[in-house]
Each structure stands twice: as structure tokens, then as C-alpha cells.
Design a protein around this ligand. Structure first.
Ligand code: ATP
Length: 289
């Protein structure tokens, strides 16, 4: 079975506090974009989980989040692993704040649920996803959604359609765990106007959504080129510019395709990892059943 799995951008990312189990309590407004990896999952008779990727920088085998997802699936369902092979064609930039690994994990869970006829409900599959990573439940759900708690409490919102997105990843990676440690060490954090943002997203008030969009990680993760990238995006007519996840990717949201194209061209002259894509209302698309 082959699926296309989507990256996400954060329209808002804030941390509300600490959960009783010590994890961060998150408030994330997420949006799927059609920057996709392709994940192929096949049943084999090896009795093992085998993971291959098209990009040598992505760990193969047990260290790949896709492996962890498959392992979590067999543990949660009690189904015997008679063998699976997973092939990942990477297109989503890595360690970028775009949840590429989480998208791959979601694709694996989705395929295994079908291939092994496990019939896990959406909620049950999201719970397995949450045990793998905070962005996996959203990567199973897609569209526009509010994700809270450890990422698994999800409320779908009005789809944000027909917007063009320019992704610009400066030449650095950010490790998510380290980024959270920096957040914990910060003395003063300004929190986002979550109330107004949720109102804007729920009521389709696009100008208000663009005004209120915020990412708490911008206060603790240094990305030297971020102001410059944002400046170029705004000069090209972006409605909103923000860092996604724990960074370093900066995105611009555009209503006009031509403006987005011009912006991507300008940034491509300076940065290697620049993509243009659209907002989409799904996360996983089946390519081959
Ligand atoms: P998030 O926004 O969820 O924090 P991210 O976009 O910052 O994710 P990923 O690209 O998902 O980061 O991966 C971060 C690290 O995880 C990579 O540096 C890589 O070593 C490791 N990794 C494990 N499996 C994968 C995978 N399938 N795809 C990409 N990276 C993976």
C-alpha cells in the first residue's frame, strides 16, 4: 500500500504549562500543506520491521520514527508482526519544524491498520500515534485543527483553503527535544492571544487569524536569517509570516499564487531549501491500495 503524507505548518504554537505526567501541555493550531513524503508499506514474511529511506541523512531501521510507529501499532493491537517492509521517499525537509517524520509515522499507522485489518477507530489510531510523537495525531487527521494536551486532543476547524505557502528552511536543523529544554529554561515568555486566534479560526476570520498567529519558539530559538526571510516574504505580499514548530523553517502565507511564486524565486537565490505549496484539507492520500 502506498500513501502520500503531508507536512504541517503551525498557525499557532503555545505551551500552556505542564501536564500531571510532566509533559508539556500544548496549544497548537495546525495546517496541512501539500509538501509530501511517499510511504510504501508491504507485508512480508520476515517477522521483522524493515525501514528504508531515499535520503541517507534519515536514519534507517530502529531509529526511524516509522519503525517506532509500526512497533507501537503491533504492541497496541496485539497483532503478531509476521513482517513488514516500509519504504520512505523523502521530500519534506528534515529537522525543519514541518513534522516530516511524524507524517511518515502517521502513514505507516494508516497503512498497517488497513493491511492487517485491525479496524482501529480514528480515535484509537490517534492514541497510538500520540505515543509515537506529539505531531502524529494531527498527521493522521490533517486539514486545519486545534491540537492540545500532548497533541492528541484534536478539534477540527474550518479548512483554510486556497492559500499558497512558501517554505524557507535556513541551512541549519533544530532538534525538537533541545528546543523544549530551551523553552523550559526561559525566564519570561509572552503567551499568544489564543482566545482571539481560536475565534478567528472557528469563524473563518482570515485577517484576524493572520494578525494573531504566533509561535512561542520564536522567543527562544535563534534563527539568524529569520528577520530577513520574513522581510522578503512581507515585501512580496505575504499575509502572514511565522516560524513553524521548533524551527528553523519560516513560512509565508499568500492569497495570490503569483506573489508566492515571486517570493519563492527571490528566496531560492539565497537559500537551498525553498518550496512552494498549498494548504490542503487532508493529511493522507492513498496512491495505491
Ligand atoms: P517536528 O516538527 O515534529 O518536531 P521536525 O520536522 O522538526 O519534526 P523531523 O524531520 O520529523 O523533524 O525529524 C527530526 C529528526 O528525527 C531527524 O533529524 C532524523 O534524525 C530523525 N528521524 C527519524 N525518522 C525520521 C523520518 N522518517 N523522517 C525524518 N526524520 C526522521
Amino acid at each position: 500500500m502506498k500513501v502520500r503524507v503531508s507536512a504541517k505548518i503551525n498557525l499557532m504554537l503555545d505551551v500552556l504549562g505542564t501536564l500531571p505526567d510532566g509533559y508539556h501541555s500544548l496549544f497548537m493550531l495546525m495546517q496541512s500543506v501539500d509538501c509530501c513524503d511517499v510511504v510504501t508499506v508491504q507485508r512480508t514474511e520476515s517477522g521483522r520491521i524493515e525501514v528504508q529511506t531515499s535520503d541517507a541523512r534519515v536514519p534507517a531501521g530502529k531509529d526511524n520514527i516509522a519503525y517506532k510507529a509500526a512497533d507501537a501499532f503491533f504492541c497496541a493491537t496485539g497483532i503478531e508482526n509476521t513482517g513488514v517492509s516500509i519504504a520512505i521517499e523523502k521530500h519534506i525537509p528534515m529537522a525543519a519544524g514541518l513534522a516530516g517524520g511524524s507524517a511518515d509515522a502517521a502513514g505507516v499507522l494508516y497503512c498497517l491498520n488497513t493491511l492487517f485489518a485491525a479496524r482501529l477507530s480514528d480515535v484509537a489510531l490517534r492514541r497510538v500515534g500520540e505515543s509515537v510523537g506529539a505531531d502524529v495525531p494531527f498527521a493522521l487527521t490533517g486539514g486545519t485543527a486545534l491540537c492540545m494536551d500532548k497533541g492528541g486532543v484534536i478539534a477540527p476547524l474550518l479548512p483554510l483553503t486556497d492559500k499558497f505557502v512558501v517554505l524557507c528552511k535556513p541551512d541549519m536543523g533544530v532538534a525538537t527535544a533541545g528546543a523544549y529544554r530551551q523553552l523550559d529554561a526561559a525566564e519570561h515568555l509572552r503567551h499568544a492571544d489564543r482566545t482571539a486566534m481560536l475565534y478567528a479560526a472557528h469563524n473563518g476570520d482570515y485577517p484576524l487569524l493572520c494578525e494573531k498567529a504566533a509561535n512561542v519558539f520564536e522567543q527562544v530559538i535563534e534563527v539568524p536569517s529569520r528577520p530577513h526571510i520574513k522581510g522578503v516574504m512581507r515585501a512580496c505580499g505575504a499575509d502572514l509570516t511565522l516560524m513553524s514548530g521548533s524551527g528553523p523553517t519560516v513560512y509565508g502565507l499568500f492569497s495570490e499564487e503569483e506573489a508566492a511564486k515571486q517570493c519563492a524565486e527571490r528566496l531560492q537565490a539565497e537559500f537551498r531549501d525553498v518550496h512552494i505549496c498549498k494548504t490542503v484539507s487532508h493529511a493522507i492520500e492513498t496512491v495505491e491500495a
